[in-house]
Ligand binder design. Structure first.
Ligand SMILES: [Zn+2]
Length: 249
């Protein structure tokens, strides 16, 4: 069994998403689908009820800071009580695209962390050009989770691991110019590495330009196996156990 710990394989992002989910089921791939707003959270919940290989991560990310009301936070609080919800995600901070609303982003992020703490759920974090703020904020809470699509330094990865976090690795590790990340994974504890696709985004090398799917998770596993000089089977065993432990699957 392989667990893709971060995907957006639902209809508003991918045509025929359910066909792909079924194919994943046939290939013993479980998927943690991540919502980012009210609409996608509903899609994720629905698919998690329909398919036993789908788990739900729901939350409000940085892109919806201007639209989320207190009522919406209340709605999310009701939704996370569903037993297929394994995490609060995708949540986080992104200073790459939007720089002028940092305080608003932090406020929403803290609201998500409050829920995670209250319901004892792990978080799935998006962090772009914001790693220090993400670290400082999550450290204030009694939460653990995954830093999805991690692209920072090995030093920072180790700091996250020290406070119980996991490092999500996806397509970019296969990119020719990404030697830095390939070096990074050799320097951190493999018991804190997760594999993910972020599909339909970030297709791995050889598939770039195509819409990504969780079926491509094997390319990421293969790359990690090569870098660490281990078998694919061993990487699958370790990363699946890591995901099971973090997400209580
Ligand atoms: Zn994502």
């Amino acid at each position: 069994m392989i667990i893709d710990t971060h995907s957006h394989m639902y209809e508003s992002e991918y045509e025929n998403a359910e066909k792909v989910i079924q194919k994943c089921k046939d290939n013993d791939i479980k998927i943690i689908l991540n919502g980012i707003d009210k609409k996608s959270n509903l899609e994720v919940l629905e698919l998690s009820k329909k398919y036993d290989n789908v788990y739900a991560a729901i939350g409000y990310d940085h892109s919806v800071v201007d639209e989320i009301t207190e009522e919406d936070i209340g709605l999310l609080e009701e939704q996370i009580k569903d037993n297929k919800v394994t995490a609060i995600g995708e949540i986080g901070l992104d200073y790459y695209w939007i720089k002028d609303n940092k305080e608003k982003q932090k406020t929403l992020f803290r609201k998500m962390l409050n829920l995670a703490e209250k319901y004892n759920l792990p978080i799935i974090v998006h962090s772009r050009d914001a790693v220090q703020d993400v670290y400082d904020i999550v450290k204030e809470y009694n939460v653990i989770g995954s830093i999805h699509c991690y692209s920072g330094s090995k030093e920072m990865a180790r700091e996250f691991i020290k406070i119980g976090f996991y490092i999500g690795i996806d397509g970019p590790i296969t990119y020719k110019n990404n030697k830095k990340q390939r070096e990074m994974i050799k320097e951190i504890d493999i018991n804190h590495i997760l594999v993910e696709t972020d599909s339909p985004y970030l297709a791995p090398e050889g598939k770039r330009g195509e819409k990504n799917t969780p079926l491509n998770i094997i390319y990421i596993i293969d790359e990690i196996a090569q870098e660490l000089n281990m078998s694919e089977e061993k990487i699958i065993e370790i990363t699946t156990n890591n995901a099971k432990e973090l997400f209580n699957i």
